[in-house]
Every structure is written in C-alpha cells, then in structure tokens.
Design a protein around this ligand. Structure first.
Ligand SMILES: [Zn+2]
Length: 445
C-alpha cells in the first residue's frame, strides 16, 4: 500500500516537472468560436438557389459568347455578378479584373476577359481567396462524357446553350453567398478576404492564371485559395447519392503548403460542420482534368480544389448542366465548410516557423539522444501551441497534444527518424493555424 502511494507520488511529481513552466501555463483554448458558428449558420440555401436560377438564365456564359446583350451571354452575366456583389454589402470593394487575351489554343479570337473580384479588407494585407469560375462551355450533346470516352475538345459553338448550373454556377453562387455572409457578419478579420468569380477556366484556367500571376508580380501575400468547381450535385452519373461528403484535392508532396491547407480545412469542417465530411484526395485533381487551384499552385501559392462527391459527366459541358442537377441543401453544406475554414484561417495566428534560415528543420534528438525535441518561433497573438505527430508512413496526423504557451517541447522516446512532427499556433478563442511540419528539405544530389 505504502509502496503504491509512493509510486503514485513520484508519478505526479514527474508530471509536474514535465509541465510547461509557470509563465507558459495556459488553459487549452476552446475548439469552437461561437461567432464563427453564427457566421457559418447564416449561409442561406434559398439565397443560393435564387442566385443560381438567375445565373443559368443567361443561357450561356462561354468566355467567347456575346457581350452586348443585357440578357444573354457572358457580358450580361458578369455585370449581374458584379451588381449583386455591390448590393450584398457596402463593405465589399467590387471590381472587374480585366485582361486582353490574344487568340491562341482554345481562345479562337482575341477577347477581353473579366474576372469579378470582391475584396473585404482585413487588418492586414495577407489574403485568403475563395474562388469559382462563372464561365461555361458546351462541347456537344455528350459533354464531359464524350471527353472521358476519348473524344476531343472540338470547336464548341460560342453562343450555344451552356447553362453551367453545376459547372460552375455552383461554385460561383457559393462565392457570392460567402461574400455576403462575411461582409455582413459584423466581424473584423485579420486577413483580407477576396471573393472571385473568374472566366476562361474552360479554355485552360486563363482568368485564374492571369490573376495569380498579377498577385505574384505585385508580391501580394496570398496565404490560401479555396477553389470550388462543380460542388452542387449530390447524385453521381452511376446513380450513387452522397450528400454528406465532399472531395478536396491538393497538390503534393506530403506536407506541402497545399496539403497543409487541405488538412486544416478538414479539421475546421469537422469542428464547425460535423454533419458534413471532407474526403481528402492526395492528388492535384481528378484524372485528365484540371481546375483553377492549379493556376495558383503554378505561381507558388497554397490552393485546394473542392469537387462534389459524385459527379455526373453526362450533365457537364453541355446543355444538360441544368438546375435539376443541383441539390441546394448539399451546396449549402459545401458553402458552410468553406466558410468555417476561411473564417478560422482569417482569424488565426500565423503558423509557427519550424526551420532555420538555411531551411533545416529545428528538431533534434536531445536530451537523451533518442527523444524528439521540437523548437519553433513564437506566433504573434498565440495563446499556446498544439503539436502533432504521425508515423513516417502515414498521410495524416495521428496524435495531437496542446502544450501551452511555449516555443519548444520534448517528446521522450520518440525517435525523429520514425515519426513526422508538426506544430500549430492557437489563439485564446481557439482559432488554430495551419500545421507546420518538421520535414527535411529535398536532398541536393
Ligand atoms: Zn468547371
């Protein structure tokens, strides 16, 4: 009996010794910020439906379609998107991001291309984007089904019916609804939020590439891009229905900024929209297909691509991409997971830096030679840090632990050769940064 009690006392003493020092002691912040929950809950399924019904009414939004009519074609559509964003909130700075695109590739004549951009200024210039493409295309009756079967892109008729309800009217109205909800939330965000509906996606990500290049050339700190393209249908062409999950694609390798953003997005979705699940895809995009997140990746920015869980290829890139292929309850859930991730990232402290000036990860084996000793830089605004680890053969974090307001931590008997480690900063309201991973830079062979 006495021996047991002594053992227990020794154990308690050890725990106290291992705990962070007094100045570093912090209660674990809550996982959920009620203000973010309120914002997420204010997304309106019926408003998204109203917006999409009007958007498909323009008949076609082909980048090469008519720009003189006020009722049909891409000219009328982009002006309407612009006007709706202005109407949504006086806090939004709405503009056309205009590019002169010369004839070439799928662009069959010189054309003026306009992205619609709405900016909600934050306390800092760091930017977080949510994006969809408002242009459409009609490749003939077979649509994407024909392309999947080995057909070519052909020479689509510029003014043929291309309602694009799902591709990508769904992403466009998701962006428009998030613009309204964030601007009218009454909250002030640290990050500047940018809501974009871009054009020229169907001819090769042209609008997104032009914008991403301009941001890079101007040294704008773009932290993240959430791209939404085909996010409204819950019934696949094979008849399988899945209204409870969405796929999220991200460029590798593992622990790349885009992968870290994908994992972050899944974590925040689980906290704020537990009824909806994100299925992470460790690949750039679907087979033989691309999207605007890749345009951002090509300029070195972190970007991820949302895609509905089950696609129906016979209702893409033809006149059949109509509103009856869209489930508004599903689309609203997809908007909610975007909103949760965007809001938390816009409020969270910057992720800790876990490498020195030479790029070497700040991790070593001390004190025993067989421990994991992690060091990181302090993130302004952080109330504490959460560390993560996983086996070196695992794609996703397996363990996590809040360690208080410290900038180093030792996990005893954790061999750094066998495990991958990471750390995130957390503020007093529980806003968590993306996870910075301790990964070796690629070898210089
Ligand atoms: Zn698309």
């Amino acid at each position: 009996m006495r021996a047991m009690r002594t053992a227990r006392l020794v154990a308690v003493a050890l725990v106290i010794l291992m705990a962070p020092s007094a100045h570093g002691q912090t209660a674990t912040p809550p996982d959920v910020d009620p203000r973010v929950s309120t914002l997420v809950a204010s997304i309106s399924e019926s408003r998204m439906e109203q917006l999409l019904r009007t958007l498909v009414g323009f008949g076609t939004r082909n980048t090469l379609s008519d720009v003189t009519s006020t009722t049909r074609g891409i000219g009328a559509a982009r002006q309407w998107i612009f006007d709706e964003l202005v109407k949504a909130s006086p806090k939004l700075q709405v503009n056309f991001d205009t590019h002169q695109v010369p004839k070439g590739g799928r662009i069959t004549r010189d054309v003026e291309l306009r992205n619609v951009v709405a900016i909600l200024p934050g306390r800092t210039p760091r930017r977080i984007y949510v994006s969809g493409h408002y242009d459409t295309v009609n490749l003939g009756a077979q649509g994407q089904g024909g392309l999947n079967a080995g057909g070519g892109y052909g020479n689509p008729a510029d003014n043929a019916d291309a309602p694009g309800a799902d591709d990508d009217g769904s992403g466009t109205v998701l962006v428009m609804e998030l613009a309204r909800v964030f601007a009218e939330s009454g909250m002030t965000f640290d990050a500047t939020l940018v809501f974009t509906a871009v054009a020229g996606e169907e001819q090769g990500l042209i609008g997104a590439r032009a914008h991403a290049r301009a941001m890079k050339a101007a040294n704008i700190p773009v932290q993240a891009v959430f791209n939404n393209d085909i996010v409204g249908g819950s019934t696949g062409g094979d008849g399988i229905v899945d209204g409870a999950t969405i796929r999220l694609y991200s460029e590798g390798p593992e622990d790349s900024p885009s992968r870290a953003l994908a994992i972050f997005t899944q974590r925040m979705a689980a906290r704020y929209v537990p009824s909806h699940r994100i299925r992470l895809m460790a690949r750039r995009d679907r087979f033989g297909r691309g999207g605007d997140h890749t345009a951002w990746n090509l300029e070195g920015f972190a970007a991820v691509g949302f895609r509905e869980s089950r696609e129906n290829y016979s209702m893409q890139h033809n006149a059949n991409d109509t509103i009856d292929g869209v489930s508004f309850a599903y689309l609203a859930q997809n908007a909610r997971v975007n909103a949760a991730a965007m809001a938390v990232l816009a409020l969270a402290p910057p992720p800790p830096v876990v490498a020195n000036e030479r790029g070497a990860p700040t991790i070593d084996r001390q004190p025993s030679g067989y421990d994991a000793h992690l060091r990181w830089t302090a993130s302004p605004g952080a109330a504490g840090y959460r560390i993560f680890w996983r086996q070196a053969w695992a794609p996703d974090w397996e363990h996590e632990q809040f360690v208080g307001n410290v900038t180093e931590y030792t996990l005893p008997h954790a061999n750094v050769d066998d495990w991958v480690f990471g750390v995130a900063a957390v503020d007093p309201d529980g806003h968590e940064s993306t996870i910075s991973a301790y990964v070796a830079p690629p070898p210089a062979y």
